[in-house]
Design a protein around this ligand. Structure first.
Ligand SMILES: [Zn+2]
Length: 502
């Protein structure tokens, strides 16, 4: 299995993370480390084929976690008396697509290869929609840009350029611009590509299947136009003379194009079921609420085409390591001899890589009344920090949680990294499904250090190289397991941690 070279030389790595003074490591920690390695070697083995939901490898991973929960003596919480909470998913992809563009009284023909269209369910046939051209579509008060001021996009097909406008600092990315337009009621948002060479690859990417929760409303209509397709539309609409510089002027406004567009998409759908694995450690007083631990078990599956030597995205760090950590935190809490006051739930979630789908399904149908959840702690991508890394947080800025984390860290002799830089990744992890509802949620540990996270994201992240051949600093994870056993007992005690009223 090919491993890419490290981005940063090891010496720099050591310099970035000052280590604690050398000292004897407790024997118990070495045991934890060995068990972590065992879980990770099982979950990231080639036999699990990258743990994609809806595949035999994914089912094997879910089965392993359920058997571990059973072995630990957790109470099944998945419904029907077992550990499995079904998560109904649907894979949708665009089959035949077509569009009918009528601009200034003439038909502009755009071939299916010159556009990408996706969204909706089954056979989608839109009405003839009004068309709005929005330039870059960047609304930015600081730059004085308000292209949509006084322009109604409701029910319209909105076309915007995909790139970043030159000379506008901090412009939101294309995805954020698209979401804002959909929120404002656009019936469809299409990006205009300007890079002719990159077009085939972009089109193929947009035509890849998407996965959604079966019970959710299907995604709205989005897509893209090739540079050549846009050129013909712009010519017919009399927009050819507009330059990129015109579109970042303060007085630039989006404009209705004289014409309509009607879209048709035949979606090919495949419904299937995956599972969250749910277990409970009973507290002395379940009426006092609950603490919830999360770690996603899924990964990307076979992520390279047939014939490539290594096709498997094993997801060793992302997130076999987080699941292993959750299993050992559960064991540590059980073996601590101290019974928590609040119930503690452990959920290995599915379909995180498809857009936090398992966590969203869990948040919609939580095993315990959402109003009773005192805190949610998520483990994702944990095996990147060595022993002694300062304790950092994603979710810092929630005073009651911050205070608990800092108090426990100090008691364990750990240094604290008070930065809130990791909050930038808040929406990219499962805890977001709960944080969105105002439930205190965080990630805590040595791995929330942004330098370490960025180094990993720039290297093996989402590649076949995130496999068992890379060095895994499991001593750091073992130390964080110990931290979380203490933190879990504190957060599960209403006398020591009270979530803010909501
Ligand atoms: Zn991932």
């Amino acid at each position: 299995m090919g491993r890419l070279p490290l981005a940063i030389p090891p010496l720099l790595f050591l310099a970035a993370i000052p280590l604690q003074p050398l000292g004897a490591r407790p024997a118990a920690e070495a045991d934890v480390e060995a068990r972590l390695r065992g879980h990770i070697e099982t979950l990231a083995a080639d036999a699990m084929e990258g743990r994609k939901p809806g595949t035999p490898g994914g089912d094997l991973a879910a089965g392993y976690i359920a058997s571990q929960f059973a072995g630990l003596g957790l109470v099944p919480g998945g419904g029907d008396g077992g550990f499995y909470q079904p998560v109904k998913l649907v894979e949708r992809r665009s089959g035949t697509i077509a569009a009918d563009w009528r601009i200034a009284g003439t038909v502009v023909s755009i071939a299916p290869t010159e556009m990408a269209l996706r969204g909706g369910d089954g056979a989608v046939r839109t009405a003839a929609l009004p068309i709005v051209f929005g330039g870059y579509g960047v609304e930015d008060a600081r730059a004085g840009l308000h292209p949509f001021e006084g322009v109604d996009v409701k029910g319209a097909a909105v076309l915007i350029l995909s790139g970043q406008p030159e000379g506008v600092a901090h412009a939101p990315g294309y995805a954020a611009r698209r979401e804002a337009l959909l929120k404002a009621g656009a019936a469809a948002v299409l990006r205009i590509e300007t890079d002719e060479q990159g077009w085939p690859q972009l089109r193929d990417t947009l035509n890849e299947p998407r996965n959604e929760l079966a019970d959710d409303a299907p995604a709205p209509i989005t897509g893209a136009l090739s540079p050549a397709a846009w050129q013909r539309i712009a010519e017919a609409a009399g927009l050819s003379a507009l330059t990129p510089a015109d579109m970042v002027k303060r007085d630039f406004r989006a404009r209705r194009i004289d014409g309509t567009a009607a879209f048709s998409i035949d979606n090919v759908s495949r419904p299937y079921t995956s599972w969250n694995i749910v277990g409970r450690l009973p507290g002395n007083d379940p009426a006092a609420g609950a603490l919830l631990y999360l770690a996603h078990w899924d990964h990307l599956g076979l992520c390279r085409p047939e014939g490539v030597p290594d096709r498997i995205c094993n997801g060793t760090v992302d997130n076999a390591s987080g699941v292993a950590m959750m299993l050992e935190v559960a064991r540590g809490l059980i073996q601590s001899g101290k019974r928590p006051v609040r119930d503690i739930w452990f959920v290995a979630t599915t379909a995180e890589e498809m857009g936090l789908l398992g966590a969203h399904a869990l948040a919609k149908a939580p095993p315990v009344d959402a109003a009773k959840i005192a805190a949610v702690l998520n483990f994702d991508t944990v095996a990147i920090a060595p022993r002694g890394a300062p304790v950092a947080m994603l979710g810092r800025g929630q005073p009651a949680l911050d205070a608990a984390v800092d108090a426990v860290s100090r008691r364990m002799g750990r240094r604290i990294n008070p930065s809130d830089a990791a909050n930038a990744l808040a929406q990219r992890q499962d805890g977001w499904a709960f944080a969105q509802q105002g439930i205190p949620a965080a990630m805590v540990g040595g791995s929330l250090n942004m330098d370490l996270l960025q180094a990993y994201l720039g290297q093996e992240y989402h590649k076949p190289g995130d496999d068992l051949s890379q060095p895994l600093p499991l001593d750091g994870v073992a130390q964080d397991v110990e931290l979380h056993v203490a933190l879990g007992l504190m957060l599960a005690d209403p006398k020591r941690y009270r979530p803010p009223p909501r």
